[in-house]
Design a protein around this ligand. Structure first.
Ligand code: ADP
Ligand code: MG
Length: 681
């Protein structure tokens, strides 16, 4: 027997590493099994080129545990190691790299956590002693046993071993006994080894018999050695992709589309990405893409490797070119990783474009589900925007789909305003905004449906992209003013009548939300009264609700505008009724108001060029007095108009109708409205 001391300067390196890596202990199994897989593949390669001439036989890798001895053994029938190789690869390289690692990260526990793959060495995170029994494939090689208890001392001795290959025996430490539990081992194998290219056996296959689970006597193979992504796309059918998706995510609905990635230049990358079907609410399921390196599971947090918006996709990516033994931040700045990321973006948009071109119907059918990914991508990734521009769709309120270019062409003629801006009208709810949509349709306008979770942001984004264009929600104004063309029509009412009417309506509006009233000259057939909400204010509120950093606007009360159509017969009649009922009294008030107003104007005129302190006290007092008189007269006028409004059932009825068509009439007010309507009949 030979004894030796591993050349490490730091004594007892293991306990330190073990402490640092507490969160990642489980990776030891992945590391040992991938070493076994590597050794097996090497032997296969040697055999295929004729450098290994014996039978290969069954190359299954076995994981066995012995509960009494508290050991976990990983056995392979790969290339094995000679004593010299053990010294070189295990003692020097594996250990020196560990030492090196410790040196580098001494002060940065965080950098160590999240560091993948310490290789063979990671076995000491769970074992107090590790033995290697190995026999090299070389003709005259002697089998050897290597033992190490975690201190830098090891022993190495010759043994008898029949088969070529390696058994690594872990004597599991007391604090790691969980790794001797069947279920824990099975979970880890399924997580890390599910798609390894060499069969891995653990325990026996079980089946249900007479209500009990019994072992069948057949080895349980835990992995699929030829996962779908490693196969040629040309030989696969849609069903194969759907089945693979079900295997990966048994609980999910079938995916919308899949993309088979298969690149070998300038880097190696295979994989299958799926567009999942996202149910009604915005359930972001990030971390559903699994990253593999040569079929070894590495991680399922792929931020930084695939573009942000694609982390919403599902599936697998496999690349031996992604460096694994580095920290996450290093990974994100790696140039290979960056190339991979932009390549995936390109592949995804190519594939979508292909489906769009070859089967537009299918594409449109899935658009509503797909839209969130594409909008997210277009919002966050400039390159993707440029590509997606060609196939991204807009849907209108009649459920028809258009590309950006098609839509622009369609509305250009009719929806360009007098400032040569193209106005995109949109609705967010076809039910609630029904009357506005109808009014727009009557004018021959088209209305888009923008009801997606990201649409508020997306609209802002499109406005920065589309030249000379703006988006206006159909209820942002009365239809004539949504897209201003020529000068508005003449009014059939005088300015005084218009002023009076706005007071009449204002006097019966609810206190909340905030209302302003305006009288507009619209068409005779347009609604007599309409409630609109300013595009700007509403958007600011929407943005602050979806976290756009517009906190101030979020705190503002909702504010609406009640628009009275001065050309509608009912409104004209109302103006006439008002004149009949209150005309004389209002004229008297006006008679008194006129001289006060002109005295005030005169006074102001004579003091116009003076500074505040130069105005005489006498004049100041007179001005106060005149203002007070005007206020009193105005109060009188308003009181009279309010009385008219209250006596006249039509005003309240018109207001309620407008509220009703905006879904704003509720509870007590609604039942009052119903009663009043019945009375009116
Ligand atoms: P890596 O796998 O990154 O090379 P490891 O620390 O996992 O680093 O392993 C170090 C070396 O030990 C391997 O490169 C290999 O030469 C050798 N080795 C480890 N496990 C086995 C095994 N099961 N069979 C043959 N050689 C092995
Ligand atoms: Mg390794």
């Amino acid at each position: 027997m030979q004894k030796g001391k591993i050349d490490v300067k730091t004594e007892n390196i293991f306990p330190i590493i073990k402490k640092f890596l507490y969160s990642d202990h489980e990776i030891f199994l992945r590391e040992l099994i991938s070493n076994a897989v590597d050794a097996t593949r090497k032997l296969k390669t040697l055999a295929s080129v004729g450098d290994y001439k014996s039978e290969l036989g069954d190359l299954t890798i076995h994981v066995r545990k012995d509960e009494k001895k508290k050991t976990l053994t990983i056995s392979d029938r790969g290339v094995g190691m000679t004593a010299d190789e053990i010294k070189k690869y295990i003692n020097q390289i594996a250990f020196s790299s560990a030492e090196d690692f410790l040196e580098r990260y001494k002060d940065k526990a965080e950098a160590i956590i999240g560091h993948f793959g310490l290789g063979f060495y990671s076995s000491f995170m769970v074992a107090e002693k590790v033995e290697i029994f190995t026999k090299s494939y070389l003709d005259d090689a002697k089998a050897v046993k290597w033992t190490c208890d975690g201190s830098p001392k090891y022993t190495i001795e010759e043994i008898e071993k029949e088969d070529v290959g390696t058994d690594v025996v872990l004597h599991i430490a007391d604090d790691s006994e969980e790794f001797l539990e069947d279920n824990r081992i099975l979970d880890l194998l399924r997580k890390y080894c599910r798609f390894l290219p060499v069969p891995i056996a653990f325990g026996m296959e079980k089946e249900w018999k007479d209500g009990k689970e019994v072992e069948t006597g057949k080895m349980r193979i835990i992995n699929d050695t030829e996962p779908l992504w490693t196969k040629k796309p040309a030989n696969l059918k849609d069903e194969d992709y759907e089945k693979f998706y079900r295997d990966l995510y048994p609980m999910n609905e079938p995916p919308l589309f899949y993309i088979h990635l298969n690149v070998d230049y300038p880097f190696n990358l295979t994989g299958i990405l799926y567009f999942p079907k996202i149910k009604s609410n915005f359930e972001i399921q990030k971390n559903k893409i699994q990253l593999y390196a040569n079929q070894v599971f590495v991680t399922d947090s792929v931020e930084g490797i695939v573009p942000e918006f694609l982390t919403l996709l599902h599936g697998v990516i496999d690349s031996p070119d992604i460096p694994l033994n580095v920290s996450r931040s290093y990974l994100q700045s790696d140039s290979n990783v960056k190339k991979i990321s932009s390549h995936i973006t390109k592949k995804v948009s190519d594939r979508l474009n292909e489906i769009f071109k070859s089967d537009r119907n299918k594409f449109e059918e899935k658009w509503d589900d797909l839209k969130i990914f594409i909008e997210y991508g277009m919002l966050t990734d400039e390159k993707f925007y440029e590509r997606a521009e060609k196939f991204a769709l807009l849907k209108n309120a009649d459920n028809k789909y258009f590309t950006f270019a098609e839509y622009e062409k369609m509305i250009k003629e009719n929806q360009t305003d007098k400032h040569k801006n193209l106005v995109y009208l949109y609705a967010t709810d076809t039910e609630k905004q029904y009357s506005f949509i109808e009014a727009a349709r009557q004018k021959g306008y088209d209305v888009l449906l923008m009801d997606g979770q990201l649409d508020t942001h997306f609209i802002n984004h499109l406005e920065t992209k589309f030249k000379n264009s703006r988006f206006v929600r159909v209820d942002a104004d009365v239809v004539d003013k949504l897209i201003q063309k020529d000068e508005p029509a003449d009014s059939k009412l005088s300015a005084t009548q218009q002023n009076d009417l706005s007071v009449v309506f204002k006097s019966l509006l609810p206190d909340k939300p905030l209302f302003t009233v305006s009288v507009e000259n619209m068409g005779e057939t347009d609604n007599p009264v309409t409630i609109t909400q300013s595009e700007f204010m509403r958007r600011m509120k929407d943005m602050s609700a979806t976290g756009g950093g517009m906190g101030f606007y979020g705190d503002m009360p909702d504010s609406y505008n009640l628009v009275v159509n001065s050309n509608h017969p009912l409104i004209i009649k109302l103006a006439e009724d008002k004149d009949k009922a209150a005309g004389k009294e209002l004229a008297k008030i006006e008679e008194k108001t006129a001289p006060v107003k002109s005295s005030k104007e005169e006074l102001e005129k004579s003091n116009k060029s003076k500074k505040d302190e130069e105005v005489s006290q006498e004049d100041k007092d007179r001005l106060d007095d005149l203002n007070k008189k005007l206020e009193d007269l105005e109060d009188k006028r308003e009181a009279r108009l309010r009385k008219f409004a209250e006596d006249n059932k039509l005003v309240k009825q018109l207001i309620d109708l407008a509220l009703l068509s905006n879904n704003m009439l509720k509870g007590k007010d609604l039942s009052k409205f119903v009663k009043r309507s019945i009375d009116l009949m």
